[in-house]
Each structure stands twice: as C-alpha cells, then as structure tokens.
Ligand binder design. Structure first.
Ligand SMILES: Cc1cc2nc3c(=O)[nH]c(=O)nc-3n(C[C@H](O)[C@H](O)[C@H](O)COP(=O)(O)OP(=O)(O)OC[C@H]3O[C@@H](n4cnc5c(N)ncnc54)[C@H](O)[C@@H]3O)c2cc1C
Length: 390
C-alpha cells in the first residue's frame, strides 16, 4: 500500500523528475562532478523549489514529512540532486520561519515562488575548524548597508545558486558565537573559488571553497539570532532532510539488490536463491532506517502543531533526538549499500550497469563527514551528562 505521504502531489511530481530526468543524468553528473542542471531546471519548471515556502506567500507550505519524502525520492535517482534539494529547502525554511516579520523577506519569498530561485548555504569558514556555531567574519554596517567578506571552506552549488544564506558575527566586535544570517543576493556579491571539488562522492553537489565579498541593503539581514534559527530550524531541517537523502541512496541500492535476486530466482524457478536470505535481512534494516527518518519528521510536524512548539525545539531532549538521527542515519546508509553490494557481487562492483552500486557507496560515505559524527557525538555526550530521559 502506498502511504498518504508518498502519494502527495509534491512527492509524485518530484518522483517524476527523479525517474524521467535525474536518473538519466546521474552517472554523467557523478563522472564529471558537474551540477545536475537538467534536474534543477525540471524541478523549477514544476514549481518544486518553493515547496517549503508558506502558503501565505504563494508556496506549497510543505511540512517536514513531505519535504523528506521529496528529498528521499530524488536521492533514489541521484544522491547529489537529493542533497542539493535538501540544502535548498533548509535555506527556504530558515527564511520562512524567521523572516516573515520583515517586509523585505516576505517579498523575497513571493519572488522565489514566482522565479524559483535556488538558495545555497555558507556556514563553513576557514579558521572555525568545522564548528558552524562560530564565525570569524563579522558584518560591517554603514548608511543602511552591510559589508561582509567570508572565506568559506565548502559551498555547494555556488556556481548554480542565485542567492546565499550565510552566517557571520553580528558585528566585527561581537563574540564568535554571536551570529546572524545574511542573504547575499545576486548582484550584491563577488566570489572567487579557492579549492577544488574532486571527491569520492556527492560529486554533483560541486562544493569547493569560495571567498565571498558582499555588500547590500541592511534589510537583507535575517531578523533574530542564528543561535535561535539554528536550533529551531536549521539543525532540525538539516538532520531530517539529509537523513532522508541518505535513506534514498540506501533504498536505491537495496532496490538494485532486490532486482538482482529476483532475476536470479527467475533462472531457477521453484527455488529460493541463497542470496534472498541476506536480502530479507537488509530489507528489515532498511525498514528500520525509513521508520527512524519518517518518525522524526512526523514528530517535528506534530510539535509544530502545538502552541509551544518553537520552544520545544530549543530543548536538550529535541537536540539529542536530532543528533541521534543524524549520526544513526549517516552510519546506516553506507552499511546498507555495503550489504547490497555483498548480495549483488561483481555486477554491483562494476562502475556502470543497472546493478552497479559504486556511486551509491561513495555518495553515502559523505554523511558521517557532513558535520562530522565525532563532533555530533561529542556534543551529545555533554548533553547526556545533564539530561535524564523519561
Ligand atoms: C557533501 C558536502 C557538502 C557540503 N556543503 C556545504 C555547504 O553548502 N555549505 C557549507 O557551509 N558547508 C558545507 N559542507 C561542510 C560541512 O558543513 C562541514 O563544515 C564540514 O563537513 C566539516 O569539515 P571537516 O571534516 O573538515 O571539519 P571538522 O568537523 O572539524 O572535522 C575534522 C576532524 O576533526 C574531528 N572532530 C571534530 N570535532 C570533534 C570533536 N568534538 N571530538 C572529536 N573529534 C572531532 C572529526 O572527526 C574529523 O576527523 C559540506 C560538506 C559535505 C561533505
């Protein structure tokens, strides 16, 4: 039976882009480490880049479960495309949930709905050593305008994005963790690439380092602090939607293993191939991963329905759940792909062909590094010292 989430219009449309466009170009995107242009043109054409924008500005107002199902469906065809879509949704959600009190951001979201802008994220920075909750660069303000220079270690799809949501210190004298978010709009910045992106996996995210020099109207500063928008939006959206992407990558590898076993079974009718036993074990693990991701997405949506929802997202209990999901999903995904490879054997080890899982394997390995799991576990370890689960 197809769940109501999987049959939601946004998910059905995303799945069509996944199978008709993203899957066709996934190997080329991976081989050339190029941006999945065809996929994002198709998503924009279908109006899917404003899924996370609220209904009141003309968006689809998608909830977390719907966004997760979209990211997972796209990642089944192309991991890089799924991850770019997830990162874009995270930026739109950050603006939608923290910027609507500002006339500029309200009008920006209306334009995004109409023009299907693609937004990228700049939280990484040279000198903060992976800690996204501190910044070296600080905002300078003068005469109603801001100025900012940021040297980022990793910026995905910077060449393809229209605009960037970036972290920085509130001002040059502010402490490193007193951060805000600023929207760098096309025409307000110049960027210079500083490193290469020739990686094992997620090659199509195209994420080298860039130096940005930007100047624009002060109203492009998102209201509030990054301490709040990070805890209430960016962390939850990142960890749930990234996990949905890792789920999609694993699900496609397991689907290939399943197709392989079925093809084997057809050769010897009436017998169950020995590899089917291992497939049964992997199917159980995949189901546990899927339930983990979608249960957290459903819990997030339920929290957002309650009056004190935004406050609950600031609790240690919720932060631990997000860390647990991020760490467990990023570890489960490469394990599942590994299991799929053991089932398929050599046909899975080959770089091309319908049973190949090489791209899936390499893509899945990025999960544990994308905000290092060591860092995630070490933050959870400190929280567990003061947190008692009922
Ligand atoms: C595919 C991909 C796309 C990305 N896209 C973007 C993007 O669009 N924008 C952006 O800003 N960033 C992006 N990033 C960067 C990401 O957000 C992180 O900043 C980056 O992955 C951290 O890099 P790091 O491993 O060098 O740093 P660190 O987190 O510092 O890790 C370095 C090493 O230190 C260890 N370590 C770190 N902290 C601890 C600790 N507390 N205890 C023990 N060991 C620890 C880690 O295990 C690791 O071995 C992307 C990353 C990936 C993989």
């Amino acid at each position: 039976m197809v769940s109501p989430m999987q049959s939601h219009e946004l998910v059905v449309k995303t799945r069509a882009v996944a199978t008709e466009v993203a899957a066709r170009h996934a190997d080329d995107v991976d081989a050339k480490a190029r941006f999945p242009r065809e996929t994002f043109d198709a998503l924009a054409q279908a109006g899917l880049l404003s899924a996370a924008a609220p209904v009141e500005v003309g968006g689809a107002g998608a909830n977390m479960q719907q966004l997760a199902a979209m990211c997972s469906a796209l990642a089944q065809a192309c991991g890089s495309s799924g991850m770019v879509l997830a990162m874009h949704h995270i930026q739109v959600a950050s603006i939608a949930r923290h910027g609507l009190s500002s006339p500029f951001f309200r009008s920006y979201l209306e334009q995004l709905v109409e023009k299907q802008f693609l937004i990228a994220s700049i939280t990484s920075e040279v000198g903060v050593f992976g800690d996204t909750r501190s910044s070296v660069c600080g905002l300078r303000r003068e005469g109603g305008r801001y100025q900012l220079e940021k040297d980022a270690t990793t910026v995905s799809y910077a060449e393809a994005a229209d605009d960037f949501l970036t972290t920085c210190r509130r001002n040059a004298d502010a402490p490193a963790n007193d951060q805000i978010l600023v929207l760098l709009r096309k025409g307000d910045y110049t960027r210079t690439q500083t490193t290469e992106w020739d990686t094992l996996g997620l090659r199509g995210t195209c994420s080298p380092g860039f130096k940005f020099v930007a100047s624009g109207p002060e109203e492009h500063v998102l209201p509030g602090s990054f301490a709040d928008s990070s805890a209430q939006t960016m962390v939850s959206y990142s960890h749930i939607l990234w996990s949905a992407v890792w789920l999609g990558i694993a699900a496609d590898a397991v689907a290939r293993a399943s197709a392989f076993v079925r093809a084997e079974a057809r050769k010897t009718p009436g017998t169950v191939p020995p590899r089917a036993h291992r497939l049964a074990q992997v199917a159980a693990q995949l189901q546990a991963m899927r339930n983990n991701v979608f249960a957290q997405a459903a819990e997030f949506d339920a929290i957002m329905q309650s009056p004190g929802g935004m406050e609950e997202l600031l609790t240690i209990g919720w932060a631990l759940k997000m860390n647990n999901l991020k760490a467990s999903a990023s570890e489960a995904s490469p394990k599942l792909v590994h299991e799929a490879l053991q089932i398929i054997g050599l046909a899975g080890y080959k770089n091309r062909g319908k049973f190949s899982v090489g791209r899936h394997y390499r893509d899945a390995l990025s999960g544990a590094l994308m905000i290092s799991n060591e860092r995630v576990y070490s933050k959870s370890a400190s929280m567990l010292l003061v947190y008692k689960d009922e």
